[in-house]
Design a protein around this ligand. Structure first.
Ligand code: NAP
Length: 534
């Protein structure tokens, strides 16, 4: 029987830093179980053409070690998937972590043994391990949402989901390709596939607002400056509600005259990237202000796309700007000016079934050699609920979360002792620059386990009362924002049939959240119940 102090599930950004922290700071015996063949997590699986991070590379790095930061040079403003995967491999080897990671290790069951105070961890290949602590580092966007389209077996072509893209890149050149989905992923994959396809058909249900990325190569001077500004950037990110290295505007769109407003939007558009959302302070709380951003983007799209019908379809928005995660792009709208690219509205012409040589909608038949699903994820809860997780008295997580996830601070679940979640539901997670949220969680969990060791505690658990209170906070925090108006958003479970429709992340900001977590630690985790080792 192999017993570890801690088992970490997942070897992405969070799993790797958690391994380093528990092993090198606390001296614990740790194992990481990773379903993939390599490290990377999200950045291992999402290797579709055009996969690139929307956060700037200098911010999308670990900040726990200045030395580590300075040893890595990013080549572009936004890092590509292959470069992030290389970076995470570099970190793994630099910190000598590979030997603790078991690859091809898919966890199927986590069962808590109340007598032994141990988690039993079962793998798909029937191996099993035991651990005092389990830390879920499974990622927020790791369970692919694959729509059920009838007659899949009839289709003689290839089918891929962007979130499970094959390691050996499929040949797309010269083929008739269909893409379903126009979220952040679709918006990245479409321009790249359009360069290769004989004919590209984009099946759009809902258009999304996208802002140019304005990507560029980084120079040696950029690298030197970034290293010099390490502390300043870190501070900026710690203060920003989304963990990004810029200041949130304190200017309301509503109180700015139209000429000045347009000037500021133009400047933000030219700069490119996610900071466009922060042009004004009131875009997420005032619909009239939000409309000024929405109309600005609409005008931009219409000035880029030549065909009026296509431009209308691309701007037929059903939600305020930013209420769904807004993508950034490189030549997305320009791609629709290619004569071999067609945009199909599947809202009024829904897909009915696959046929042997393509797909059939209610109005037409489209010939395809390849179908690409860029249809997103069962976000934040999908991967956890796909495992059999049993806590006290064999209570199942599936039952506890039947009406939506219940956690305290997104970190612990009542009745599931010693099981920590990194960027779990109820934490700011996907509303942030992920490495900042991950570092905060990993450091909090490490401190908490350290506290338990010094006190000779065996288990930590949150009460249902504390978790319910946190649930109300998550709910009240989002209530004043526009997030609830995007009914189909994955933040709300709106993209998955039968998923409870509750807003999943904490929308109060990572800066505020960090303060709350620090207060809990300062109060010696008084919201939690500990048992003493016998
Ligand atoms: P997504 O935002 O959920 O978008 C999925 C797309 O597929 C939507 O257009 C959706 O249409 C469509 N879709 C889903 N099910 C469908 C169905 N049954 N029939 C027709 N259309 C369907 O997923 P994503 O684009 O993969 O992005 C998810 C998140 O991953 C992003 O929001 C972002 O946080 C992250 N991400 C980040 C990056 C980056 O940093 N560069 C890149 C990619 C993704 P509806 O809108 O009508 O539901």
């Amino acid at each position: 029987m192999q017993i570890f102090d801690a088992i970490i599930i997942g070897a992405g950004f969070s799993g790797l830093y958690q391994l380093h922290s528990l092993r090198d700071k606390l001296g614990l015996k740790v194992k990481v179980l990773e379903a993939g063949e390599g490290v990377g997590g999200t950045w291992y699986w999402n290797r579709y053409p055009g996969a690139r991070c929307d956060t700037e590379s200098k911010a999308y790095s670990y900040y726990f070690s200045k030395e580590l930061y300075e040893e890595w040079n990013w080549s572009e403003r936004y890092p590509t998937q292959p470069e992030i995967e290389k970076y995470l491999n570099f970190v793994t080897d630099r910190l000598n972590m590979r030997k603790e990671i078991q690859f091809n290790a898919q966890v199927t069951d986590l069962i808590f043994d109340e007598n032994k105070h141990l988690w039993r961890v079962l793998l798909k290949n029937k191996e099993q391990y035991f651990a005092k602590f389990v830390i879920s580092a499974v990622g927020c966007l790791s369970f692919a949402n694959v729509p059920t389209i009838p007659n899949r077996d009839l289709f003689s072509g290839e089918v891929y989901h962007t979130g499970n893209w094959p390691k050996k890149n499929p040949t797309l050149k010269g083929k008739k390709i269909g893409v379903i989905g126009t979220g952040s992923t679709g918006i990245q994959v479409i321009p790249e596939v359009a360069k290769l396809a004989k004919k590209l058909t984009v099946f759009q249900r809902t258009p999304n607002y996208s802002v140019p990325a304005n990507n560029y190569k980084l120079t040696e001077a950029d690298q030197i400056r970034a290293n010099e500004e390490f502390n300043k950037s870190k501070q900026l990110m710690l203060q920003h509600r989304g963990g990004h290295p810029w200041k949130h505007s304190n200017k309301a769109a509503k109180k700015t005259n139209s000429v000045e407003r347009k000037k500021l939007y133009e400047k933000a558009w030219d700069n490119g990237g996610l900071s466009f959302r922060d042009t004004f302070s009131d875009l997420s709380v005032d619909l009239e202000s939000n409309n000024t951003a929405s109309n600005f983007i609409k005008d931009k799209i219409k000035s880029i796309v030549h065909d009026h019908r296509t431009a209308d379809l691309l701007t037929d928005f059903d939600h305020p700007f930013g209420s769904k995660r807004p993508p950034i792009d490189t030549n997305y709208y320009e791609t629709f000016n290619q004569k071999d690219v067609e945009l199909i509205n599947i809202r009024n012409n829904p897909i009915e079934s696959f046929v042997s040589n393509g797909i059939k909608t209610s109005k037409q038949h489209y010939e395809l050699d390849v179908m690409i699903f860029a249809t997103g994820f069962d976000a934040l809860t999908g991967t956890l609920l796909n495992m059999n997780i049993e806590g006290n008295n064999n209570i199942k997580l599936k039952n506890v979360w039947k009406s939506g996830p219940i956690t305290n601070l997104g970190l612990l679940i009542p009745d599931f002792p010693n099981l920590f979640l990194i960027t779990g539901p109820g934490s700011p997670a996907v509303l942030t620059n992920m490495p900042r949220a991950i570092e905060q969680h990993v450091e909090w969990i490490t401190e908490c386990i350290h506290f338990m060791i010094t006190k000779n505690y065996q288990t930590i658990e949150t009460t249902s009362k504390a978790a319910d209170k946190w649930g109300r906070t998550v709910h009240e925090t989002v209530n004043d924002t526009f997030f609830l108006s995007a009914k189909h958003s994955w933040y709300l479970g709106g993209n998955i049939p039968n998923k409870p429709k509750v807003f999943i992340p904490y929308a109060g900001g990572l800066n505020k959240y960090r303060e709350l977590c620090d207060m809990v630690a300062l109060a010696k985790y008084d919201e939690f119940i500990f048992t003493q080792k016998k």
